[in-house]
Each structure stands twice: as C-alpha cells, then as structure tokens.
Design a protein around this ligand. Structure first.
Ligand SMILES: [Zn+2]
Ligand SMILES: [Zn+2]
Length: 164
C-alpha cells in the first residue's frame, strides 16, 4: 500500500495513520506454514523534529511447525516495528534508515521486509520441547519411549564403586 507522506515531510509534529494487510504468502516459511488470520499492520508515521519515524504493530495468527518435534500448532503473531525514514538519502548509504522516494513509501513492502528480517527461523511448540527419540521416532513430549539409553560400560563400573 502506497502511503503519501507529502503532508508531513515538512511539518514537525504532524502524523499519518495507516492500516494495511500484508502478503501472507510472502511471509510464510518452513517454520510458519500459513496464517489462519491474515497478517495486518496498524500504525503511523510521525514527523518528530524533522525526522520521520514509523511505528507499527503487525498482528495475525500463525500456523507453525515445531523445529524439534514437527508438531503443528497455532500461535498469535504480534510484532512491533520501529523504523526511521528519511527523504534525500545519499545513494550509497549503509544506515538502517529507509529511504523515502516521491514523497511516500510502500508501507506494506517495508513492513514485510521488517518482518522477514526479524522473524524467528526456528520455532518451538514450547520452550522445553523434548523432540523426537532419535532411535524410534516417538514424540518424547507424549512421554518416554521404550528405548534404553546406551550406557558406557566404564560408567557402570564407576556406579558400582559409588554404591559402596
Ligand atoms: Zn516441539
Ligand atoms: Zn525411542
């Protein structure tokens, strides 16, 4: 969505609100399979003492696949984006400032790139996910499997000594 900033570029204190839907297909990945509630962003661009700042919150609901156990689950998406914008940026710049051209920005495109830069590459169904047993493939979150851990015979001797 194109957001016209011509009204606020020269006016400190002025702001432009926006609300836009983001391209779910673009934001999906191995970890995030789909968005049962499409990702939308709401926010505003504010001229703060001559500098343009974009603040937005991206919301939606994601269908994810756990990186450790492969279970599918749904999770709320809420990501806050704070991005500085500037008109008349020099061509060769490696700053984090996003350039404003033709007195505006493509706000959906900007937020989609912010999401892709900051997204988690590995998502777990829960922080202490136990994963799958490497021998039988059972999901260890459902309880232990029948596989006995291989024991080193040297430790068995040590345990016998400690038992005494
Ligand atoms: Zn898991
Ligand atoms: Zn097992």
């Amino acid at each position: 969505m194109w957001l016209d900033l011509s009204r606020i570029i020269e006016t400190p204190g002025a702001s432009v609100p926006f609300e836009t839907e983001l391209d779910a297909a673009l934001l999906a990945s191995d970890a995030i399979e789909s968005f049962p509630v499409p990702p939308t962003a709401r926010g505003q661009v504010v001229n703060t003492a001559g500098l343009l700042d974009l603040h937005a919150t991206i919301r939606g609901r994601m269908r994810c696949r756990c990186d450790r156990c492969g279970t599918e689950f749904e999770r709320e998406l809420e990501q806050i984006v704070d991005q500085a914008l500037a008109a008349d940026l020099p061509e060769e710049t490696d700053s984090d400032v996003f350039p404003v051209t033709d007195n505006g920005i493509d706000v959906s495109e900007l937020l989609e790139s912010c999401f892709l830069l900051e997204r988690e590459l590995k998502i777990l169904c829960r922080p202490d996910c136990r994963g799958l047993c490497p021998r039988c493939g059972k999901n260890l979150n459902d309880g232990p499997c029948g596989c006995q851990p291989k024991r080193d015979p040297r430790f068995a001797v040590l345990e016998q000594l400690l038992d005494r």
